[in-house]
Design a protein around this ligand. Sequence first.
Ligand SMILES: [Fe+2]
Length: 240
Amino acid sequence: MKIDIHCHLLPGLDDGPAKRSTSLAMARAAVADGREVVVATPHYWPDHWTPSPDRVRETLRELQAALDEAVVPLRLLAGHEVRLAPQVPDWIGEGKVLTLADAGRLVLLELPPQEWPIFTEHVCYRLRQLGITPVIAHPERNDLVVRDLRRLSALEEAGCLLQVNAGSLTGRAGRAVQRTAKRLCRQGRVRFVASDGHDLGRRPMELSLAYRMAQRLGGQGWESAGFEVIGGTARTGPPG
Ligand SMILES: [Fe+2]
């Protein structure tokens, strides 16, 4: 399955699309770009956005119904993009945040862009102890990683997986971020390339271009990378 594991596709939950019509347009763009499955990952970031799992699931059900009615062949799965905080393992235990595909195996974890909190590694170790693998969202956008890729080593040794943004590879986030994303791909350290799409303008659905770039840098099978890893197999099949 050709999958995008990180996308702000659901309307009205975070800084993604405000209206369902925009979500539908994004979904059509994703299908036109070759996607079959999108994991909808609204932000979970206290003081900004905290959509509950039930609200995410309900919004997803409504959007999936609208897609099915419009005959847009895209399967949606639920998730969150969880902002790094000491409480993340507790949030998961308490059911406050969704794992990727709601499958209880991986959590999409977002680091702050300009700092490296002292609890970063500890949170990841605790998650691994709970049997949850952190997927680090766009590490190439973190200033300290841009300066020194070794910053990620302890997380990788702990079993964390790295997810690079399509727009980072294509240059939308600037040259330093692009250079960092390319280096990570070249070194074989990237598990997922994802859109991190928010709308049709700022961060559009341009995954296939990024996949081709990642493929040239090393690695195959980006289009379907991780579908089994996220635990999505049980949720495939025709809509309904
Ligand atoms: Fe995101």
